[in-house]
Design a protein around this ligand. Structure first.
Ligand code: ADP
Ligand code: MG
Ligand code: MG
Length: 200
């Protein structure tokens, strides 16, 4: 079973991984965006980490809802509301249980990813974070952290040949082809952090 400590660990590891990879995320966002994805994510997750440290919520759902709220209020770019919605909706789906199962987390992540698709109007194949998130949630099953990480990484790499249909990269049309999507890349990092929190 997964408790509030597990979810705090996930968010803390995510903040560290994003810190480490921020330059790469920003570099990916320069040819097909506005070169701010790394700094957007870094700012957002620093605030997430600080607020979880200051007043640690005591249920898994409350951890994810707080993290989601902080991302929405601190990150101005497209990724803030999208990741914020993912975490808030997943947290809400977990309810007020003190511990949740892998199957509960699977359902919650699915709910969160569906909310990202509804908010942004994108689908897999549009060269967005959903190209990593959807395969990751599919592969997660009832708690396969390693498979979810691998599927997210593969999904992020598979955005390279795609034509962007949503977000800033879509303004480039054909010129978006040949570049890896920054948001799909950060999604793979978040699933990597989840696997690390699980010790997988
Ligand atoms: P901005 O584009 O506002 O500068 P970021 O650079 O932080 O925001 O995030 C860009 C990422 O957000 C993209 O690489 C893409 O993965 C994701 N994204 C943008 N628009 C959408 C959308 N409508 N649906 C899903 N993901 C999106
Ligand atoms: Mg950007
Ligand atoms: Mg921007």
């Amino acid at each position: 079973m997964l408790d509030a400590d597990f979810f705090r660990r996930w968010m803390t590891i995510a903040a560290a991984v994003i810190d480490r990879e921020a330059d790469r995320l920003t570099e990916l966002d320069s040819p097909i965006g506005d070169a701010d994805h790394g700094s957007n994510m870094q700012r957002g997750f620093a605030v997430v980490r600080a607020s979880l440290d200051k007043e640690p919520p005591d249920t898994p759902g409350a951890v994810l809802m707080l993290a989601g709220r902080q991302l929405i209020s601190t990150v101005g770019g497209a990724s803030g509301p999208l990741y914020g919605t993912l975490l808030r909706r997943a947290g809400k789906a977990l309810g007020d249980a003190a511990e949740v199962s892998g199957a509960d987390l699977a359902r919650a992540l699915r709910t969160g990813v569906d909310a990202v698709a509804a908010l942004g109007g994108a689908a897999p194949g549009d060269k967005t974070m959903l190209d990593a998130l959807v395969p990751a949630v599919d592969a997660f099953g009832e708690g396969d952290f390693t498979a979810a990480r691998a599927a997210a990484e593969h999904g992020a790499e598979a955005t390279i040949p795609l034509l962007a249909r949503k977000g800033r990269a879509s303004y480039l049309g054909e010129r978006s082809i040949g570049h890896q999507d920054p948001g799909a890349t950060s999604s793979a990092l978040l699933f990597g952090a989840l696997a690390e929190a699980a010790g997988a």
